[in-house]
Write a protein that binds this ligand. Structure first.
Ligand code: HEC
Ligand code: HEC
Length: 257
């Protein structure tokens, strides 16, 4: 009888082990299958597929933590000290926040050294004798002129501004400064060249004080986001893109303010 019972428990142990192996193989196959579908899918349709999206967000979160958080912050809210944008809002420097556009940025970077990177415009340094090497036609502005343009920006943002200075600033914005060429005549920016909206009181650099806006216009800006192709695989790029998409579209649990 004891021998019979022993046989029975070994059988049970074997059956249990077999079941565990089958489940593990099943989970592995399922995840490779989801990964394959993730790569083959049209990225803009993935947010409509809850299984693919959840899978991408879960894996993308760990890519983000190890590759992006150092600059963009653990919560993706960026760092205005270093000019690193908040990725958890719907304010985009480039494009409108579609998954394929986010993926393009992450793949080729911004002002990174490759032929497909975003590098169509830079913010000139108007305090320099030659504000921009790529825009040789631009003239420098005096500190007083820069202060005038800042009053215009404040008034466009509906913040208190000096009216006379604002009027002079508008002449510069649409005239000698050529600001409207990149930021638009209404100062709402241009996401096809990465020129930020100046009317929304969302700041890439600084806190929106007069002093920090003066500093940007005087010294220029040239933000760089690294390119990730060749450094992380295509699946990881897609996963982290969808993670960023989900962050900005509030599709992942948000931390309290
Ligand atoms: C050749 C295109 C170009 C011109 C001309 C230009 N800008 Fe910019 N500006 C940019 C770009 C591009 C950025 C963002 C740079 C970056 O992301 O590193 C920027 C950034 C800024 C910022 C920072 C916004 C923020 O959120 O921190 C301010 C302020 C600004 N520009 C004001 C001006 C003013 C005022 C003028 C005219 C005197 C002007 N710009 C002319 C392209 C331009
Ligand atoms: C070395 C710092 C650094 C790292 C690391 C980095 N970024 Fe960036 N990223 C930046 C900066 C700076 C900008 C703004 C560039 C500019 O001014 O145009 C940016 C811009 C972006 C933008 C464009 C935002 C917009 O408003 O259009 C996206 C998307 C982005 N990064 C995603 C990522 C992801 C995802 C990773 C990780 C895989 C990453 N970045 C890693 C510094 C970094």
């Amino acid at each position: 009888l004891a021998a019979l019972r022993r046989l029975f428990t070994t059988r049970r142990a074997i059956a249990l082990a077999a079941a565990i192996v089958v489940i593990a193989i099943g989970l592995f196959l399922r995840s490779t299958w989801i990964e394959k579908r993730l790569l083959q899918a049209n990225s803009n349709l993935i947010p409509g597929d809850p299984v693919l999206l959840a899978f991408a967000i879960r894996h993308g979160a760990s890519v983000f933590a190890s590759r992006c958080a150092a600059c963009h912050g653990n919560d993706g809210r960026g760092d205005s000290q270093t000019g690193t944008p908040n990725l958890s809002d719907l304010d985009w420097l480039y494009g409108e926040g579609r998954p394929d556009q986010i993926e393009q940025i992450i793949t080729y970077g911004i002002r990174a050294h490759n032929s497909k990177t975003w590098n169509l415009a830079e913010m000139p340094a108007f305090g320099r004798a030659v504000p921009s090497k790529t825009n040789p036609g631009l003239h420098p502005l005096s500190p007083a002129e820069i202060r005038d343009v800042v009053e215009l920006i404040l008034s466009v943002e509906k913040r208190p501004a000096d009216w006379a200075a604002r009027q002079r600033g508008e002449q510069i914005f649409k005239g000698r400064g050529g600001c409207d060429d990149c930021h638009g005549f209404d100062a709402k920016g241009d996401t096809s060249i990465g020129a930020p909206n100046l009317s929304d009181n969302i700041w890439l650099t600084g806190n929106g004080s007069r002093a920090t806006i003066v500093r940007t216009i005087t010294h220029g800006l040239n933000g760089v986001c690294p390119a990730w192709f060749g450094r992380i695989g295509p699946t990881a790029i897609r996963e982290v893109s969808l993670y960023v998409y989900a962050l900005s579209h509030r599709r992942t649990p948000q931390k309290a303010e």
